[in-house]
Design a protein around this ligand. Sequence first.
Ligand SMILES: [Zn+2]
Length: 109
Amino acid sequence: MDNELTLDDLPDNVFVALGRRGMEGIPLKECTYACDGKELTLISVKKEPPRIKGKSLEVVVEYWLVKCNKCHRQFTIRQRVRYVDGKRYDTMVSIIDDKGNDLGWLGSY
Ligand SMILES: [Zn+2]
C-alpha cells in the first residue's frame, strides 16, 4: 500500500466518448450505490505491479478501496493505467462492488 496517496490524486471526473457529441464527464468520487453519497473515504491503494520500470509500454492495475461516508458501504475504484516510456498515457476506470462484482467500465481519463 502506498500511504502517500489521497483521493486528491484521482480526478473529479472521468470521461465517456459520445461519438460526435464529444465527451461526457462522469463524477468519479461519488458513491456507486443508490444512496447519492458524494463523499468517500480512502481506505487503501494497491498497485500491481507496484512500480514501473519506465520502459516502452507498461500496464499497472490500481485498486483504490473506498468507503461511502453516507451509507458506509465499500467499493473499489479499479484503474488500468497504461504508461508509455514511464509517463501515464491513459487510464481506464471501472468499479468493483463490496461483493467483488465488476460493475463495469465507468470511463477514462
Ligand atoms: Zn453510499
